[in-house]
Design a protein around this ligand. Structure first.
Ligand code: AMP
Ligand code: ZN
Length: 111
């Protein structure tokens, strides 16, 4: 299987890592949409958040805990966490990833 984020987990493709433990890594998004734009991903491949939730709810929860930790380290006054699920929602990498966005005011609703 040829998966970009599995390659980052395996160290075959470089990434600017901000956090890592046994089950999760976080790294800066290569095309940031906010001053902080970090992706938090499970090390195990799941296609999207629903598949992760169905198979490993503990790691799903951990993604949010890591996002909160990074937001705290960066002293964000507020932040947004997003899973895009499916191409129609803008998902382009089919390895589950939680976007952490912050450091500027964020409009609601998003586009
Ligand atoms: P999504 O559109 O929700 O699937 O998000 C995929 C995200 O991965 C986008 O925000 C991309 O900018 C980001 N991305 C793609 N390639 C890389 C990479 N090599 N390193 C870091 N982020 C990446
Ligand atoms: Zn993968």
């Amino acid at each position: 299987m040829n998966c970009l984020f599995c390659s980052i987990v395996e160290g075959k493709i470089p990434a600017s890592k901000v956090y890592e433990n046994d089950s999760v890594i976080a790294f800066d998004d290569i095309n940031p949409q906010a001053p902080t734009h970090v992706l938090v991903i499970p090390k195990t491949h799941y296609e999207n958040a629903a598949e992760l939730a169905a198979n490993d709810a503990q790691t799903l929860g951990e993604l949010f805990a890591v996002a909160h930790k990074v937001a705290g380290e960066r002293s964000l006054s507020g932040y947004r966490t997003v899973f895009n699920t499916g191409a129609d929602a803008g998902q382009t990498v089919f390895h589950a990833h939680l976007h952490l966005l912050g450091g500027r005011s964020l409009n609601w609703p998003p586009g």
